[in-house]
Ligand binder design. Structure first.
Ligand code: GAR
Length: 206
C-alpha cells in the first residue's frame, strides 16, 4: 500500500477524483496529506471532508521563492509519501525538490504535451487553432512540463468552443487519467527508460 500526497493550488477537482478513486478501492494507496500554497484553495475543504491532513504554506507569508521552497521541501519530507501528485499546483517546483524526489512526482497538464506547456494551456490551444487537445500525466523533471509521459487522452476542439467549454471537456479526461496514472505508479507498473515510460503488467518483477 503506497502513500500519496497531493499539492494543489485551487479548486481541487483532480484531487477529488483521486480521493474518490482511493475510497472506491481502485488505487492501492492512502492519501497522507494535501499541501497548498493558497489558504483560499477549495482543495482544503475537500481534504478536511475526507479527513486528510492539510499543510498550508501561504506563499505571501514567505520572504521569497527560496524561503518558500525550503519550507515546501521540509513539508514534503515530513508528510511521509511515496508519491507526490501535482493536481493543479500552479508553481514551478525548484530544482532541488525535483532532484530530491526524483521519479516520485507526477503532474497533470491540460494539453497534449509537448504542445502548450505552462500556464493557460487550453487558451494556448484555442489560439493556435488545434483540432485536437487533451491532457497529459507525466513524471516531473527539471524542465517545465517536460518529464516522461505516463498517460495522455485526446478530446476534440469543436467550432464554438471557448476556453471554459474546452477546459471542461479536457477536465473530464483529467479526472480519468490522473487516477489511472496514480494507480499504475502505486502498482509499481511504471518503468522509465530515457523519455519512454513502459507500463508493465503486474509490477517490474512479475
Ligand atoms: C487542471 O485543469 C490542471 O490540469 C491544471 O489546472 C487545473 C486544476 O483544476 N493544471 C495546470 O494548468 C498546471 N500547469 P483542479 O484544481 O480542479 O484540479
Amino acid at each position: 500500500m503506497k502513500k500519496v500526497a497531493v499539492l494543489a493550488s485551487g479548486r481541487g477537482s483532480n484531487f477529488q477524483a483521486l480521493i474518490d478513486a482511493i475510497e472506491r478501492g481502485e488505487i492501492p494507496a492512502s492519501c497522507t496529506g494535501l499541501i497548498t500554497d493558497n489558504p483560499g484553495a477549495f482543495a482544503i475543504t475537500r481534504a478536511q471532508k475526507a479527513g486528510i491532513p492539510v499543510h498550508i504554506l501561504d506563499f505571501a507569508c514567505f520572504s521569497g521563492k527560496d524561503d518558500y521552497e525550503d519550507a515546501l521541501c521540509s513539508t514534503m519530507r515530513g508528510v511521509d509519501a511515496d508519491l507526490f501528485v501535482l493536481a493543479g499546483y500552479m508553481r514551478i517546483l525548484g530544482h532541488s525538490i525535483v532532484r530530491e524526489f526524483h521519479g516520485r512526482i507526477l503532474n497533470i497538464h491540460p494539453a497534449l504535451l509537448p504542445s502548450f506547456p505552462g500556464l493557460h494551456a487550453q487558451r494556448q490551444s484555442l489560439l493556435y487553432g488545434v483540432r485536437v487537445s487533451g491532457c497529459t500525466v507525466h513524471l516531473v523533471d527539471e524542465g517545465m512540463d517536460t518529464g516522461p509521459i505516463i498517460v495522455q487522452a485526446c478530446v476534440p476542439v469543436l467550432d464554438g468552443d471557448d476556453e471554459e467549454i474546452l477546459s471542461e471537456r479536457i477536465l473530464e479526461e483529467e479526472h480519468r487519467c490522473l487516477p489511472l496514472a496514480v494507480r499504475l505508479f502505486c502498482e509499481d507498473r511504471i518503468v522509465v527508460e530515457g523519455r519512454r515510460v513502459h507500463i508493465v503488467r503486474g509490477g517490474p518483477s512479475a
